[in-house]
Design a protein around this ligand. Structure first.
Ligand SMILES: Nc1ncnc2c1ncn2[C@@H]1O[C@H](COP(=O)(O)OP(=O)(O)OP(=O)(O)O)[C@@H](O)[C@H]1O
Length: 263
């Protein structure tokens, strides 16, 4: 079956040679267009490595990686990325930070000076969508951690990526802010329809946001379970306190505990 993101029979070793670290072995994953996928697994199982493969920052020793029907041979320009640390440039305003990818990614780079007003509007619209209306002129250090992460999401989305890669984006936030950001993410995905891959240690986050949760084995990582999450959308945050929801979280936790024990 061919999806929007296809990783087939991946083997990847860090360092090479007999002393190398085998990070992924026999990993298969197919993610459909528009799907929200979450990847969970024991620490060090290769989740971040998988993100680097899908965005073309690394290449496997064997196996194939395809995104949007094309084999990945270098950095994937249709991808947007957000990580745990928002890493905003402190000397730029929030709006200027959000606009940054437009100065790098084509065709926006070419069009930016002529169409600056339209792009500015787009950045302002995105800031409004995540609840940061009116904060564009503030510097990142004037914003709370949660606000910075909202701006970080805008920066990942400013060039309309067809694929959004999220690596623990809410990991550093307090529980309340994290739940707020889950709802922001839920609404962004519903509105824009990009394909998403979220790497997280938080099983509640995975089950709340995802259409499908992939559980990985301990290193060398491969997929040991694909769990379809069928709760209707839009999902209210209270869902995360219901018994059906917690049963799934508990089931996933069992698989990860088993994978850790087998390592
Ligand atoms: N540059 C590197 N050189 C050698 N080994 C590495 C390197 N980067 C990662 N590894 C190893 O490869 C494995 C997979 O790393 P990766 O960062 O993908 O795991 P992860 O699942 O994202 O980890 P965590 O859950 O702790 O964030 C780990 O065991 C790690 O120690």
């Amino acid at each position: 079956m061919s999806g929007f993101v296809d990783l087939r029979n991946i083997r990847l070793t860090y360092g090479g040679g007999p002393d190398g670290t085998l990070a992924l072995d026999g990993l298969d994953m197919t993610i459909r267009k528009g799907e929200f996928a979450a990847v969970v697994g024991p620490s060090g199982c290769g989740k971040s490595t998988l993100m680097k493969l899908a965005t073309g920052l690394m290449r496997p020793q064997s196996g194939t990686v395809e995104v949007a029907g094309k084999e990945v041979n270098g950095p994937v320009s249709i991808a947007g990325m957000a990580f745990q640390n928002p890493s905003m440039l402190p000397w730029r305003t929030t709006l200027q930070n959000v606009m940054l990818p437009l100065e790098i990614v084509q065709p926006h780079r070419r069009k930016l000076s002529k169409e600056r007003a339209a792009y500015l509007q787009k950045a302002e619209d995105l800031l409004s969508l995540v609840g940061l209306k009116g904060f564009g002129e503030k510097f990142p250090w004037q914003l709370s951690g949660g606000m910075q992460q909202r701006a970080n999401l805008c920066r990942a989305l400013i060039h309309d990526p067809a694929l959004l890669m999220l690596d623990e984006p809410f990991g550093a936030l307090d529980a309340f802010t994290r739940e707020e950001l889950w709802q922001v993410m839920r609404d962004l995905h519903a509105e824009k329809g990009f394909t998403t891959i979220l790497v997280t240690h938080d099983l509640r986050e995975a089950v709340y946001l995802a259409d499908r949760v992939f559980v990985m084995s301990a290193r060398p990582g491969r997929v040991i379970l694909e769990k379809q999450i069928t709760f209707p959308r839009p999902r209210p945050i209270d869902l995360t306190y219901e018994a059906d929801f917690n049963d799934i979280v508990h089931e996933l936790r069992g698989y990860i505990a088993e994978a850790r024990a087998a390592a």
